[in-house]
Write a protein that binds this ligand. Structure first.
Ligand SMILES: C[S@@+](CC[C@H](N)C(=O)[O-])C[C@H]1O[C@@H](n2cnc3c(N)ncnc32)[C@H](O)[C@@H]1O
Length: 252
């Protein structure tokens, strides 16, 4: 019988043990943290900002609400949430990686006036918050890096208030074959080269491209969310399905 941590997981195209995946993903993000924001802008031609703006508009958060951004990294969503919920609201920014959490903390300082944000070092699979606490929980470009995705979805559902929304913004599957071909060429040939020039780290960006191909597509992720107990899952394709926003509600 396999013990916990000995089950297999994907690290990009490689099959590794679950504990090995967690370790390798940690190394990737510690390595890319310094150039993380710049690389996001370069690789997506700035589009990730538009996708994140769209997600926050869909959150339905109002003044005084509570939001949790999981695997928040540099805090792009948390910053937007903080403005939306105002000083009477609360935003909690979490990440498992101390280097990424520190990047988020520095970005908050640079944005000033965001006193309603707290930072917590936490594993998405086991969130250290009481149940039914948040009006909205988000995870943006984080889920595919998590070793036990189902467990993370259940953990995020647990801390959502009934009626609250879970938003998963993640790379997905282009809806047209032609776009898929162009996107494949760009991803495999260009992105690792940008990673090498800008961050001196092609392997981490090769992992990024491979991890996207391993991630469940729109419909599989919807089923996964339903299996985690989430309801009314809606899918918004962005950039022709290169990215998808899944929004679910917790009914009960
Ligand atoms: C690609 S970054 C996304 C950062 C940010 N949310 C964004 O949209 O730019 C993925 C983040 O997931 C974090 N991560 C990976 N596994 C995690 C886990 N089990 N729990 C919490 N965060 C995790 C990484 O440390 C990293 O900061």
């Amino acid at each position: 019988m396999q013990g916990e941590g000995n089950n297999q997981a994907h690290f990009g195209f490689r099959s590794v043990s679950e504990s090995e995946k967690t370790r390798l993903v940690g190394e990737v993000f510690s390595s890319v943290a310094k150039r993380y924001d710049l690389m996001n802008d370069l690789m997506s031609f700035g589009l990730h900002r538009i996708w994140k703006d769209f997600a926050v508009r869909q959150s339905g958060l109002g003044k005084g609400d509570r939001a949790l951004d999981v695997a928040a990294g540099s805090g792009d969503l948390a910053i937007r949430f903080a403005r939306q919920v105002g000083e009477s609201g609360e935003v909690v920014l979490t990440d498992i990686n101390p280097d990424m959490l520190e990047l988020g903390r520095q970005n908050m300082v640079n944005h000033g006036h965001l006193r309603n944000i707290r930072h917590v070092l936490a594993d998405a699979e086991n969130l250290p918050f009481e149940g039914e606490r948040f009006d909205c929980v988000s995870i943006s470009f984080g889920l595919r890096n998590i070793t036990r995705k189902e467990q993370a979805l259940k953990s995020m559902r647990r801390v959502l208030k009934p009626g609250g929304k879970l938003m998963v913004l993640e790379f997905s599957e282009p809806t047209s074959l032609q776009l898929r071909r162009i996107y494949d060429r760009y991803s495999f040939r260009v992105i690792p080269k940008i990673g090498q020039w800008v961050a001196n780290d092609a392997p981490s960006y090769r992992y990024l491209v491979e991890s996207i191909r391993r991630h469940p597509n729109q419909l599989s992720l919807k089923v996964m969310m339903e299996n985690a107990g989430l309801d009314a899952v809606r899918i918004h394709n962005l950039a022709g399905g290169i990215v998808a926003l899944h929004i679910a509600t917790r009914y009960g």
